[in-house]
Design a protein around this ligand. Structure first.
Ligand code: COA
Length: 576
């Protein structure tokens, strides 16, 4: 089928839907929902059999949904309608939620439900539910909805008898009242608005949005007052508890999420004492531990989690993670599993921290060097086997950091973006020039690096980028990875270690790791400090969430008719 994906942005769900439909053999093209005129034009050019809208904020123009079946993915169960479905579900603590595939009509979310899936809710932030439960439910329901829309299955699964329109969550319900709200209510408000738009509050006299909240068990403090700091997070007292807040965004134009400590130190009045808060050190080795880095041992297998918000790894994060990794290297385990973060395994450098720094070029340089130090430490771990176990998505440098391990295992449902091109054509580092050809061969390098599209774990496996794909369910994937790592630690471990040591020695006789790194960094220096500002522009746009003004040609294939080669398409994208 010819399927047009119409979406507000090519977000994680749109990427997954795109990759699944393409893998199923459909001809897929993407158009951003910029205006009715642009949508009509896309339909005229592509002549799709069906339009799928995984993430849409506006109504589809009448003449389009009348002419072509349009399937809307709505993150709510049958009968639910409105723009903030998942926000409401988190806010109200619904025990179960769902995703519906709605056939578009003139009424927003008001058409017949063609298919749906329900799932139990997790106590998690909205964005996390969206990336896991909603995405899985959407992919499953969409397959059924497509068959129905094309007349291959007869009756709608669940025609809604009553529908309830719920508008946007009012500002008042997003606002934290430190005196009236208890800590659980505050946590729900923050989680229901995380990633966007954030729960609003006054903290240390500043009007801010709060993100990345977690409770500190057994502690309470005066509501709304700062109690301590740990890494970049601050502990805030609440009625009946205390919450760590990892990220803040100042209210106002051009502001974006940053480490809470940085925002407070820079902007809060001195009497707020953000600078002199007691420091509670991260505790990666303790149970239950504190901070984004956690280490646990299971017999001969050590599991290291580094759960950085949005998978972004700043210079400071990497500098904090490296000594932990080095300490683990001295532990009596045979296999180290790098479990990364729960939502994202890693997305590489922390672009927000870079954007906020005095010199973006200097901070980028520091950040890439810090990630490279970590990658090198992983590669040089020759007395243990290492595994990257990707339960969450990964992009750019995050993917290549994963390749530093001996084995790379992926959860079935993840989406990988193993390329740097979308970040202003960065050359990339993390030893990719050394690691990638070994995995995929020289021809494979072009297949991986030469495009800008997302790929599924399975596709990465067929390219050799990933060694094995495990169960789709995140919990089952972790158990699967642990069991598999246990087997690596048992059978043939000594031989594997001997091979690994000798192999690195032999390879370094030919070319030192430092040399691979130096060549990559020379190119990165040009990206950061050179005349071409593409990286700085792309970073600014991502951090500032600049709306799309057009759909890039690598996605809008229907606009490429007449373009001779992919290179010409890419060049056109770069020029724009
Ligand atoms: N640094 C800082 N923030 C990052 C990030 C990074 N490297 N990668 C992703 N994010 C943030 C996004 O800004 C967004 O922030 P929000 O919570 O304020 O909305 C959030 O993570 C989710 O990203 P989004 O693009 O909405 O999600 P997605 O799942 O649809 O797409 C990516 C994920 C990774 C494909 C996309 O965000 C991306 O291309 N990131 C940049 C990767 C990169 O170039 N890294 C640096 C080079 S090593």
């Amino acid at each position: 089928m010819r399927i047009l994906i119409l979406c507000h942005a090519f977000n994680s769900l749109s990427q997954r839907v795109f990759a699944e439909l393409a893998a199923a053999g459909h001809e897929v093209s993407v158009e951003f929902d910029i205006s009715d005129e642009v949508t009509r034009e896309a339909v005229a050019l592509f002549e799709p059999d069906v339009i799928v809208a995984p993430f849409l904020k506006r109504r589809i123009p009448d003449e389009v949904w009348r002419a072509v079946p349009c399937l809307i993915v709505h993150p709510g169960p049958p009968g639910d309608r409105g723009p903030n479905a998942l926000d409401w579900a988190v806010l109200e603590g619904k025990p179960e939620w769902g995703v519906s595939i709605i056939r578009a009509t003139g009424e927003l979310d008001g058409g017949p439900v063609l298919a749906y899936r329900m799932f139990p809710m997790r106590h998690a932030r909205k964005s996390s539910l969206y990336r896991f439960e909603v995405t899985e439910a959407a992919v499953a329901a969409l397959a059924e909805g497509l068959a129905m829309a094309l007349g291959r299955i007869d009756a709608p699964a669940a025609p809604p008898d009553t529908t309830t329109w719920r508008g946007a969550v009012p500002k008042g319900l997003r606002r934290i009242d430190w005196q009236a709200d208890d800590s659980e209510t505050i946590l729900r408000k923050i989680m229901s608005a995380d990633g966007q738009p954030g729960a609003s509050a006054v903290l240390a006299g500043l009007n801010v949005r709060l993100f990345d909240a977690r409770p500190e068990p057994g502690v309470s403090g005066r509501p709304g007052t700062l109690m301590a700091r740990s890494g970049g997070a601050v502990l805030v007292g609440a009625r009946g508890g205390a919450l760590w807040i990892g990220k803040l965004r100042l209210e106002g134009d051009k502001q974006f999420k940053r480490r809470a400590v940085d925002v407070l130190v820079e902007h809060a009045a001195p009497e707020a004492q953000a600078t002199s808060l007691p420091e509670w050190p991260p505790e990666p080795f303790a149970e239950p531990g504190r901070g984004p880095v956690r280490y646990r041992e299971h017999g001969n297998v050590g599991v290291l989690e580094f759960d950085y918000y949005n998978g972004a790894m700043s210079t400071g994060d990497c500098a904090e993670l490296l000594p932990v990794f080095n300490e683990i290297r001295s532990r009596p385990v045979r296999v180290i599993v790098l479990a990364g973060g729960s939502d994202f395994w890693s997305n590489g450098m922390d672009l927000n921290t870079i954007e906020a720094s005095m010199s973006a070029a200097d901070e980028s340089w520091a950040n890439i060097n810090a990630i490279d130090d970590l990658a090198e430490a992983i590669i040089r771990t020759t007395d243990k086997l290492t595994v990257s176990a990707l339960a969450g998505n990964a992009a750019a440098g995050g993917v290549f950091l994963a390749l530093a391990a001996d084995e790379v295992w992926a959860r079935d449902g993840i989406v990988l973006n193993p390329h740097y091109k979308n970040m202003g054509n960065l050359y990339g580092s993390e030893f990719w020039t050394y690691l990638l050809p070994k995995r995929v061969g020289e021809a494979g390098v072009e297949a991986v690096m030469g495009h800008r599209l997302p790929m599924l774990g399975r596709q990465a496996e067929s390219l050799g980028l990933v060694d094995a794909v495990g169960p789709n369910d995140a919990r089952r994937f972790r158990a699967w990875a642990l069991e598999r790592a246990g087997r690596l630690a048992d059978r043939g471990w000594e031989d594997a270690i001997t091979f690994k040591k000798n192999n690195l020695l032999a390879e370094e006789q030919d070319k030192l790791l430092e040399a691979w790194r130096a060549v990559e960094l020379e190119r990165m220096k040009m990206n950061f400090y050179g005349f071409d500002p593409s990286y700085h522009v792309a970073r600014y746009r991502l951090v500032q969430r600049t709306p799309h003004a057009w759909t890039p040609l690598y996605l809008a294939r229907h606009r490429c008719i007449g373009a001779e080669t992919r290179n010409s398409i890419e060049t056109a994208d770069e020029r724009r």
